[in-house]
Design a protein around this ligand. Structure first.
Ligand SMILES: [Zn+2]
Length: 271
């Protein structure tokens, strides 16, 4: 499943092809993904110039000179294919630039989405209105977490997955950041000390930044025809390492179900 670093990598990759480009063809090849494509998608985007690319939480933003932004989500399995040599049955939306470059949004499981939102109203779009600060921005600080978590008895792990507290943070990066900061994922969020939060915030930023860097270093592979944007392999200290030795102390990594998902942690290093 694409997480924030994959979406960021995808957006940076798309920018190489789309920034400043005019779209000459916009072709939905089915009715939609998780929900129908906007009825005016073709009308609004055909002939539009792409004036900016960006990301909010796990959504990619393709801003146009029509005052509207195409907002996409990759769901569980979405990716953009660059100049596909052959179109497949999972290529559900095509964008073609004036120079003839074709980009295909491929999403086998169709949990993704495409929406058009007025650019000036993006912050008020329902999916964005309640989002907390971006993990890499200045808004995520120890003071923000201290205030957002005050009095909360839910485990810190689950609170960090709450998009209203931090936007776009997924299971992998929460597990990794808590390990690096030495914080027990089961601890009541409101009882995590200020000192621990001061350790946690830079680790959240670091795990995300490192993953984006790893994704960025794979971007050159997409420059060729039939390249795909969005997925790369990474190494983790605890994520998906049940029973394997802790990279710091050698104790076996534990797995614990929390909120319907697994948490991996070291019982010795995380207090
Ligand atoms: Zn350990």
């Amino acid at each position: 499943m694409p997480e924030l670093p994959e979406v960021e990598t995808t957006v940076r990759g798309l920018a190489r092809y789309l920034y400043g480009a005019r779209l000459r063809r916009v072709e939905p090849r089915r009715e939609g993904l998780r929900r129908p494509f906007p009825a005016d998608l073709v009308q609004v985007l055909t002939g539009a110039q792409v004036t900016g690319l960006g990301r909010r939480a796990k959504y990619g933003l393709i801003e146009t000179d029509r005052g509207q932004t195409m907002v996409f989500h990759l769901g569980m399995s979405g990716r953009w294919r660059i100049e596909p040599e052959e179109l497949g049955k999972h290529d559900h939306l095509l964008l073609e630039t004036e120079s003839g470059l074709v980009l295909a949004l491929c999403d086998p499981r169709r949990f993704g989405s495409v929406d058009l939102v007025e650019t000036a109203q993006l912050d008020h779009w329902p999916a964005f209105a309640a989002l907390g600060p971006e993990p890499l921005g200045n808004g995520l600080s120890p003071a923000h977490l201290k205030q957002a978590l005050a009095g909360r008895s839910a485990p810190i792990k689950l609170m960090l997955l709450d998009q209203r507290i931090v936007a776009g943070l997924g299971n992998i990066y929460v597990c990794e950041a808590l390990f690096r900061a030495g914080i027990d994922p089961r601890k009541a969020a409101g009882r995590v000390s200020g000192a621990a939060l001061a350790r946690l915030v830079p680790e959240i930023k670091a795990v995300i930044a490192e993953a984006i860097e790893a994704g960025g270093s794979t971007l050159r592979d997409f420059a060729q025809p039939d390249g795909e944007l969005g997925y790369f392999s990474k190494k983790f200290d605890v994520y998906d390492r049940h029973d394997q030795p802790c990279t710091r102390c050698g104790a076996p990594i534990r797995r614990l179900p929390q909120g319907g998902r697994s948490t991996w942690y070291c019982g010795k290093c995380q207090k």
